[in-house]
Design a protein around this ligand. Structure first.
Ligand code: ADP
Ligand code: MG
Length: 387
């Protein structure tokens, strides 16, 4: 299948630019199994790669020009001069790949230009990291074409910088690292403080289970402002408690930390979520490592309750997915991603998948919510060269 996709993207490249590409690369979107809103608190996350991916055909240029085209966006080829690239100068989709080139050059890497055509099957804006897939696929292509010798985690750091500074979005390090470093059949246990990582076996199909992603297709308007408020609240909590980041509050010291926060009720709730969420990630890791995969279900449900009640970033659509899935027999379910819409995940026995999907679809119709998109997510390979 990948070969056919690579072929399609390569032939469109040839039509656009009049020559065959030097190569074709792929980078996936991701879902986060557990570890939500911990990445900007130096904590733990546990994403795995989706089968959905961004695919880019790329050729190198030597003349300081960057040409960009996406199969998924109306409009022709955008042509930019590398010397003109400047943070927050571009509000369109081209800011993501241009930002990657800018970040590589800023870091001293000799990238002299490129022609890029890309196409992606990662749903955009659904909390499944279509933006990181776009960045990583371009970064990996340039890493190969200009023999930069950068490792996956280094590409992730540069892509995060591209998104933070060039695009102007204050995202953590999880999405880019997941896209660059995940492996098929595994979830990635990542310590976002030092980027140390461990591949944890997560082969649900072999055990008769499935993981569903339910994209609610809603995005509530205030979500970006709320994300900023949560980040600021977490920083305030760390400052009040005298630590660099909330990651430094051990789970065993949570009650004492909460007591010290006195009447800072909102900060107390944020701190409680982050500290308990880090503990949940560690619990999921040890359950998976000891072969108790079904037992992670209740941990996912605890995580959802914490995001809903303490972090307060769920919404009626996400709660409806989780409640309906559990009633219909799911092993576990929770919202994933930034919140206020986007996607939820559901862990289920293979035999229950159809009934759960039907129950969710019907519940959404009854509530007059948009029809959700439901698909199975198999832990898939991270970024790699196709041809
Ligand atoms: P998410 O990463 O959760 O999907 P973001 O808002 O971070 O959502 O990124 C979505 C943006 O990424 C889109 O608005 C668009 O600018 C860019 N993007 C995603 N996929 C594509 C694509 N196939 N072609 C061009 N731009 C894309
Ligand atoms: Mg994104």
């Amino acid at each position: 299948m990948s070969e056919a996709v690579a072929q399609t993207v390569a032939s469109r490249f040839s039509e656009l630019y009049g020559a065959e590409p030097d190569g074709v690369w792929a980078a996936p979107g991701r879902v986060n199994l557990i570890g939500e809103h911990t990445d900007y608190n130096d904590g733990f996350v546990m994403p795995f790669a989706l089968p959905h991916q961004a695919v880019a055909a790329v050729s190198r240029r030597a003349d300081g020009v960057l040409r960009l085209h996406s199969a998924d966006v109306e409009g022709g080829v955008s042509e930019l001069r590398l010397d003109d690239l400047a943070p927050e100068s571009d509000k369109g989709w081209t800011a993501y790949p241009a930002g990657v080139v800018w970040a590589l050059r800023e870091a001293g890497h000799a990238v002299t230009g490129a022609d890029v055509h890309l196409a992606s099957t990662v749903p955009s804006g659904a909390g499944l990291s279509s933006s990181a897939a776009l960045e990583i696929v371009v970064a990996l292509a340039l890493n190969d074409l200009f023999s930069l010798g950068l490792r996956g985690w280094q590409l992730a750091r540069l892509c995060q910088r591209a998104e933070n500074v060039y695009v102007g979005a204050p995202v953590g390090i999880m999405d880019q690292t997941a896209s660059a470093c995940c492996e098929a059949g595994h979830a990635l246990f990542l310590d976002t403080r030092d980027l140390s990582q461990k591949q944890i076996p997560f082969d649900l199909a072999a055990e008769g289970m499935r993981l569903l992603v339910v994209d609610t297709q809603v995005k509530h308007a205030h979500s970006e402002g709320e994300y900023g408020k949560r980040r600021a609240g977490c920083e305030k909590g760390a400052a009040l408690l005298g630590v660099d980041a909330l990651r430094d509050i051990p789970y065993a010291g949570l009650d004492e930390a909460l007591a010290r926060l006195g009447d800072e009720e909102e900060v107390r709730r944020l701190v409680r979520h982050v500290v308990t969420e880090d503990e949940r990630v560690e619990r999921v890791v040890s359950l998976l490592e000891s072969g108790q995969t079904r037992a992670i279900g209740p941990v996912l449900v605890e995580g959802h309750a914490s995001l809903r009640d303490d972090f307060r970033i769920s919404c009626p659509e996400l709660d409806l997915v989780v409640d309906t899935a559990l009633t219909a027999g799911a092993l576990g379910a929770r919202m994933t991603g930034g919140g206020f819409g986007g996607s939820a995940i559901v862990l289920a026995e293979e035999a229950d998948v159809d009934a759960i999907t039907k129950a969710i679809t019907e519940a959404f119709a009854t509530a007059n919510f948009p029809t959700p998109r439901v698909f199975e997510a198999t832990p898939s390979p991270g970024a790699h060269r196709l041809t």
